[in-house]
Write a protein that binds this ligand. Structure first.
Ligand SMILES: NC(=O)c1ccc[n+]([C@@H]2O[C@H](COP(=O)([O-])OP(=O)(O)OC[C@H]3O[C@@H](n4cnc5c(N)ncnc54)[C@H](O)[C@@H]3O)[C@@H](O)[C@H]2O)c1
Length: 327
């Protein structure tokens, strides 16, 4: 199979590339390396089935040929992470909406019907105060133009772009609402909590918890996420649908911090800071982000293999190895 991955030098995209190369597929990655890194591709850059283009999806001149070559497209390129969104909302709007539209137009005009995964996010559920979220739940977004929600709005626009193209041109597109994903290659610079906590705990530094740490999240290991995406792309009943992808085990951020300290045998204290200090402005955080996974399970039978503790132990060990190498 020929697999095109936009944003394939990023966290999730690099795991998709690895999985498909291991399956014997040909993999073509395009990435502008804005948050992604060539280090994430090191393990397979010399692989005969692998090709990489450093380019912006808004301008990449080989996009039409690459789309026509592909049997499967994972559209993962996006400006991601709350910090980035607050720093540069214009880039978020452009990349996340125009980039997606450009890909969909290329697919439609290519006259060939590849399987397509469009990455959306649990952030689209917005400020809905339910404690778990099914695909049919209402989207609740504050109306006062708070830029913190720009990312959710662009991803929602992507969903509607995808549904419009799928409906009008009968394209084989699945929109996936990804919930918090963790694992190797994820970095903490852009506000991702687990890599930040692991780095702080391994170095015996204080773990920085925003607010009181009572907000809960459900973390899915990326090595499970890519299995679910692969299953969904190949599932005709999922084409034209939106599907939650994640793990439904839930933990508060405070308990997560304590668990990481415990598993690292670290002496790190927890350091609580306000959202205002963290983001430089008032910030609407959501209290729960737990997926209802009935639709994913009914379509694919998917069950995650990685538990939170296994993922954390793996990440802690990788961080220790990295620190030993750097010393
Ligand atoms: N990681 C999560 O928990 C999570 C949760 C929900 C949704 N998602 C979605 O999954 C996708 C992948 O996220 P990730 O966590 O791997 O983030 P990431 O930042 O590691 O990956 C995004 C990749 O896109 C690339 N990119 C950004 N703008 C680009 C452009 N204009 N042209 C080409 N490449 C560009 C970046 O360099 C990066 O490699 C994103 O669409 C994101 O919105 C991720």
């Amino acid at each position: 199979m020929h697999v095109l991955i936009t944003g394939g030098a990023g966290f999730i995209g690099s795991h998709l590339a690895e999985r498909h190369l291991a399956q014997g597929d040909q993999v073509y990655v395009v990435d502008n390396l804005s948050t992604g890194s060539l280090n994430n591709l090191d393990a397979f850059r010399g692989h005969p089935g692998f090709r990489f283009a450093e380019a912006d999806i808004l301008e990449w001149d080989a996009l039409d040929q690459a789309v026509a070559w592909a049997d499967r497209i994972y559209h993962m390129a996006a400006v991601v992470g709350v910090k980035k969104v607050l720093e540069d909302p214009v880039a978020v709007m452009a990349t996340n909406m125009s980039g997606t539209e450009r890909i969909l137009r290329a697919i439609q005009s290519g006259g060939w019907n590849p399987q397509v995964i469009i990455a959306s996010t649990s952030e689209v559920y917005g400020f809905n105060e339910k404690d778990s979220f099914a695909e049919t739940d209402h989207i609740v977004l504050p109306s006062a133009g708070r830029l913190r929600w720009a990312y959710a709005v662009t991803k929602l626009a992507d969903e509607f772009l995808a549904f419009s193209y799928a409906r009008k041109y009968k394209l084989n597109i699945v929109v996936v609402r990804l919930f918090n994903t963790i694992g190797p290659n994820q970095v903490g610079h852009y506000g991702m909590v687990v890599p930040s906590f692991v780095r702080q705990a391994v170095q015996n530094d204080p773990l920085t918890v925003y607010g009181e740490g009572r907000q809960t999240r459900s973390f899915c290991d990326v090595r499970d996420t890519v299995v679910a995406l692969d299953m969904l792309a190949a599932c005709p009943a999922a084409w034209g649908e939106v599907v939650n992808v994640g793990n439904d085990q839930e933990i508060s951020i405070r308990d997560l911090a304590e668990l990481i300290v415990q598993r690292t045998h670290s002496t790190s204290p927890l350091h609580f800071i306000s959202y205002k200090d963290a983001y430089g402005e008032e910030f609407d955080d959501v209290t729960h982000r737990r997926p209802v996974l009935n639709k994913l399970r009914a379509l694919t039978g998917f069950m995650p293999e990685w538990g939170l503790r296994d993922t954390l132990d793996d990440l802690i060990e990788r961080e220790r190895v990295k620190n030993r190498r750097a010393a």
